[in-house]
Design a protein around this ligand. Structure first.
Ligand code: SF4
Length: 319
């Protein structure tokens, strides 16, 4: 593994393992050890801390609109919940299984720092409501931001807010202070503002908890379809739909599983849900996100190393 990349992982482990994030630090250490053992290259994905991935920055207009607009109408207009039944691609099961097996041989950032891993588990100190609130905040911060930058921002909030990261501490904090804590994430000013607004809405309308439906989650400022579905999955443990981000959108189009490049991630979600068995809706996101972080990169995908290069219609293309 190239030195700089290893250093990036170790830095994150060091910074996060000496605090309340002990489980997270342990997972990172295990991942480092496993990675080293397998002698796999974790990532061309690791950037300079705070850098926003170009591929993420080029995210679809749908998500950018969610971040940049406080108009809830914008979100609603972009989301249609209708589905047409589509015939599954002929060899999808074989391809899916090959990628799934391949993913077991390497550790991607999403495996150790993905949003669903950043919330503290409910315990004596952490209520289920706080755990769910942390899940939602992690997802809100993750938009247009790399996993390790999001993880560091959540760590910062846990350390710097009085009493840790919870609804009460966000309500008590100034927006400027929240902004300072998350200053490395993309669109941090907007996100600090939305965090405050979301905390107030959760307090006033949901008795201090987060909404428990996709529709209600999407009414929150700064929360779009991808976040809502992933939040239902990670915070409420409910399988309501596929969380389609830039990786899932790009890779499924490259594989020919859908033709929704122009329709964006929301079109991809609907297309996939029309044929992909429901029991795979939750696992496909981390599986393909990790695959996209390590192998099927946004630019110059590593097709020669890819387990499905002989079946992929986009094999050998540069973007
Ligand atoms: S062959 Fe290339 S484009 Fe196709 S899935 Fe593999 S890495 Fe991606």
């Amino acid at each position: 593994m190239p030195k700089t990349r290893k250093a990036s992982l170790e830095f994150t482990s060091q910074s996060l393992s000496d605090t309340s994030s002990k489980n997270f630090g342990t997972r990172l250490q295990t991942a480092n050890a496993r990675n080293s053992r397998l002698n796999k290259e974790v990532s061309p994905y690791f950037p300079t801390e705070g850098e926003v991935d170009e591929s993420i920055a080029r995210q679809t207009l749908t998500e950018a609109a969610v971040i940049n607009s406080s108009s809830k109408k914008t979100v609603k207009t972009n989301v249609s919940i209708t589905q047409k039944s589509t015939k599954p691609p002929t060899n999808w099961e074989e391809v899916y299984q090959s990628i799934k097996e391949y993913r077991k041989t390497l550790v991607a950032p999403v495996d150790v720092m993905g949003c669903e891993r950043l919330a503290e588990e409910p315990s004596k100190e952490i209520t289920p409501q706080t755990s769910r609130f942390q899940s939602l905040v992690a997802l809100m911060l993750s938009s247009q931001t790399k996993d390790q930058v999001t993880a560091a921002a959540i760590h910062e909030l846990r350390q710097k807010l009085s009493g840790g990261l919870n609804l009460k501490s966000v309500l008590q904090a100034d927006e400027e202070y929240l902004d300072q804590c998350i200053s490395k994430v993309g669109f941090h000013r907007k996100k600090a503002k939305y965090m405050k607004q979301v905390a107030e809405i959760c307090q006033d309308k949901y008795s201090g908890d987060i909404p428990n439906t996709v529709e209600e989650l999407m009414k929150l400022p700064g929360v779009g379809p991808k976040m809502a579905y992933l939040c239902m999955n990670s915070a409420w443990k409910q399988n309501e739909g596929i969380g389609v981000d830039v990786h899932v959108h790009r890779i499924t189009n490259r594989l020919g599983w859908c033709k929704t490049e122009k329709a964006g991630p929301e079109g991809t979600r609907q297309a996939l849900e029309s044929w992909l068995p429901r029991n795979l809706w939750q696992e496909i996101n981390p599986m393909l996100v990790g695959f996209g972080q390590t192998t099927c990169l946004p630019r110059m995908p590593k097709c020669t190393e890819c387990p499905v290069k002989d079946k992929c219609p986009s094999s050998g293309k540069k973007s």
